[in-house]
Design a protein around this ligand. Structure first.
Ligand SMILES: [Zn+2]
Length: 327
């Protein structure tokens, strides 16, 4: 692939460092991120966190080996109670947040009083204040190949990146380094991230020797050097509309011979449908359905894309009738 194929854009590019066999991914989200965030109309401080989670989700979707969906779900007891993002193997992304408006506003004011800087740069991280205590769940759903797989890690540390790095080292024995930047450029939200991993073995099949603190084939110097290169990438470079993902990788890792694989274009896409909404009502209790009819709440809104779905009253009545008969 040449460099001009994607000057900035919305893209995920897997890569490998030839000298050390370290593997990685770079993700860049520009217009897609705005498409996701703007319609939600969340406060900037929430959008910022959701943008981080969305970019992370794009990086972590490398856990998909086959066709499927990777979901990142972050739950906490803070002002922001939940962030949900998912990425399909085809590059479709969507995300949404649940939060308490008053509590978020309180945190925003506290932070403004604390630091005069306006919220909006990736280096400010307010994970603890916004999410409190909780956990991150990673779900790999590849219906045609494997069972659903889920990993969970406690929300601990000052950033989502820190939590995720911790998860890979502790639970998966995979050395993982992530560099992430989120911010607004020319009034548009942008996010970008690089992830480098040392897989337990080059082929991915050999067993990890848990009795050793180091992994087989693992060269500490290679890892350290690659981490230094990765960390040397500035927030401005990561978010620059003028630099492509490919150019960033060449800048950072040219000495290690970086092999960049074909881009996966990222698009904003939601998988909601009338059929899914109908299936959902099918699973609701008689009381819940009756209440919706009584209160004339015959619309369901998709939390990801805000699309409204109409619920047919006679259909709901039919479900109620059928459930009461089956009891
Ligand atoms: Zn939707």
């Amino acid at each position: 692939m040449n460099m001009s194929d994607e000057i900035s854009g919305n893209v995920i590019r897997p890569f490998q460092l030839e000298s050390s066999s370290l593997r990685g991914r770079i993700v860049r989200l520009d217009t897609v991120l705005d498409e996701i965030l703007v319609p939600h109309g969340y406060p900037d401080i929430v959008s910022q966190l959701l943008a981080e989670a969305t970019a992370l989700c794009g990086l972590l979707s490398s856990m998909l080996k086959y066709e499927g969906i990777f979901t990142l779900q972050i739950q906490g007891d803070g002002p922001v109670s939940m962030l949900v993002c998912d990425t399909t193997s085809g590059g479709g992304v969507r995300s949404c947040a649940s939060f308490d408006e008053k509590r978020v506003e309180k945190v925003r004011k506290q932070l403004l009083a604390f630091a005069k800087d306006e919220v909006g740069e990736g280096s400010d991280n307010h994970l603890v204040q916004l999410m409190g205590k909780g956990h991150i769940a990673f779900t790999v759903d590849q219906p045609e190949h494997t069972d659903r797989y889920q990993g969970i890690v406690e929300l601990k540390g000052t950033s989502l990146v820190e939590c995720v790095q911790h998860y890979f080292i502790q639970s998966e024995q995979i050395n993982t380094g992530i560099k992430l930047a989120v911010g607004q450029r020319n009034g548009l939200w942008r996010a970008s991230g690089i992830m480098l991993q040392h897989m337990p073995s080059d082929g991915g099949n050999a067993e990890v020797d848990h009795t050793k603190t180091q992994f087989s084939n693992f060269d500490e110097d290679d890892w350290r050097r690659a981490m230094i290169y990765m960390q040397s990438c500035t927030e401005d470079e990561l978010l620059s509309p003028e630099l492509s993902a490919h150019e960033i990788l060449i800048r950072l890792f040219h000495e290690d011979g970086v092999r960049v694989y074909d881009p996966i274009p990222v698009i904003h896409s939601c998988r909601c449908s009338q059929e899914r909404v109908d299936n959902l009502t099918q699973m609701m209790s008689v009381d819940e359905l009756q209440e919706m009819i009584d209160q004339d709440q015959l619309t369901m809104t998709c939390e990801f894309c805000s699309k409204d779905y109409h619920l047919d009253k006679s259909r709901l009545n039919k479900i109620i009738k059928e459930s009461s008969q089956s009891v």
